[in-house]
Design a protein around this ligand. Structure first.
Ligand code: NAD
Ligand code: ZN
Length: 231
């Protein structure tokens, strides 16, 4: 049987690059919680403060370099080619920076914006702005980060591809995700039900631990190295 591997990553894989996760230490910003800022309601109420938070997050991510975990997944991709898919919940773009090509972003990308007036989507890499909220370069309308906020649907194409891979892979690896944010959190269960072996790499226990066939209780960098030796 050919090995077909799908890997789901979450904020934990970027933690060793200095990008804070939502849950866990370093998650606070000016006494706001992500659940209060990463929502369409928060943006309607106060787009400037939401933008301020995103610019702060961008400034942290801009300084970050991919770590051994990201790089290990690039290796896995070059080993498996078409039989590999990376599914990420991260918006930081560090997988691409590491060299991953076969990936879907379930929650968008923090380096892109979308205009609420004309619908333009384009790259925007600034980490500060005099004008808050910043405006669309095409039409002057209000722009928002092109990411998925709490309560919003996921991009349908990306989600369908992820579900199709979860249903058809032989090994499903969940790395650095708390597996609490749906529908991404459903993917390991879909894989398990479809007969895949489920691997978890996370220093902490998560709901996936219960269905995991292999549990690697290590940070992503060490854990992915271990996985590469096992395959
Ligand atoms: P999360 O913050 O809910 O969970 C992080 C998980 O990573 C925890 O289970 C933790 O135990 C684990 N972890 C911490 N350090 C680790 C390490 N070194 N190696 C492996 N695992 C480690 O993150 P989530 O599950 O991705 O879900 C929250 C949402 O937050 C996602 O939708 C994502 O879009 C967004 N988010 C993204 C980023 C990013 O792009 N870097 C950062 C924060 C939040
Ligand atoms: Zn516009």
């Amino acid at each position: 049987m050919t090995l077909k591997v799908a890997v789901l990553t979450g904020a934990g894989i970027s933690a060793e690059s200095g990008v804070p996760t939502f849950r866990g230490q370093g998650g606070l910003w000016k006494s706001f919680r992500p659940e209060e800022l990463a929502t369409p309601e928060a943006f309607r109420k106060d787009p400037a403060i939401v933008w301020e938070w995103y610019l702060w997050r961008r400034s942290l991510i801009a300084k970050a370099e991919p770590n051994e975990g990201h790089l290990g997944l690039v290796e896995l991709e070059s080993m498996l080619g078409d039989n590999f898919l990376l599914i990420t919940q991260n918006v930081d773009g560090l997988h691409q920076k590491a060299g991953s090509k076969r990936l879907v972003e379930l929650h968008g990308n923090i380096w892109k914006v979308r205009c609420l007036s004309c619908g333009a989507v384009y790259e925007d890499r600034r980490v500060q702005s005099k004008e808050l909220p910043p405006r669309c370069k095409e039409c002057g309308g209000l722009i928002r980060p092109d990411v998925v906020w709490f309560g919003e649907p996921l991009p349908i194409e990306a989600l369908e591809k992820a579900v199709s891979w979860a249903s058809s892979c032989s090994i499903f690896v969940s790395v650095g995700t708390s597996a609490l944010v749906y529908p991404a959190a459903e993917l390991p269960y879909i894989a398990k039900r479809s007969g895949a072996k489920v691997v978890e790499i996370n220093p902490e226990e998560t709901p996936v631990s219960e269905i995991g066939d292999v549990i690697i209780r290590e940070p992503a960098s060490k854990g992915i190295r271990k996985l590469l030796r096992m395959l």
